[in-house]
Ligand binder design. Sequence first.
Ligand code: ZN
Length: 220
Amino acid sequence: MSLLGVESPPTSQVRNLIVDLCRQFYAKGWASGTGGGISIRHEDRIFMAPSGVQKERIRPEDIFVLDLNGEVVERALNPGLKVSDCKPLFMHAFNLRGAGAVLHSHSMNAMLASWLFGTHFRISNHEMQKGIAGTGAFDTLEVPIIPNTPHEHQLSDSIEQALNDNPKTQAVLVRGHGAYIWGKDWAQAKTQAECYDYLFEAAVRERQLGLDPLKLKGGQ
Ligand code: ZN
């Protein structure tokens, strides 16, 4: 498996990568208020941030290491930390989709877009759709929307159902909350998250302009 463009980096690089990505996601407004984060699979291990901490201040030693069954095999150095409450949700993308990385975003764009549609976010005729695997600019891109729950781990069953019911999707929106987005590796998960976020924002802004993001025509 390739991470950082080289084969089999030491696990310290995976820890540092999560720290870097969490800072970037915080700067984008995807991981503020301790929400959001990213989990990365490396060989037969899964690296995951702790729960309820300031994501822009995570240190490499704060990362938990799990096996492919989701059992913690290496705890964070600080005994007061516990593994991310998103664990069962991340594990569905690893197990059901063979994901190499899963990202959780509390983006304002994702949250607002989740209120615009019923069961599925839908958009077409946007160039940035090409950043989502298997999607062309003139296709209709769909993202399932599931209801929120009082606690993050309680989303587990509905995320699993959404993955089974929507075999093409690379993301799930949680209404009034944010999104889960994955990819075959961390780079694709990040790229897809950026494209989805652009499309979520586009739909919200187009609605504000009185446009229907599903009925725009461009180049066809
Ligand atoms: Zn969340």
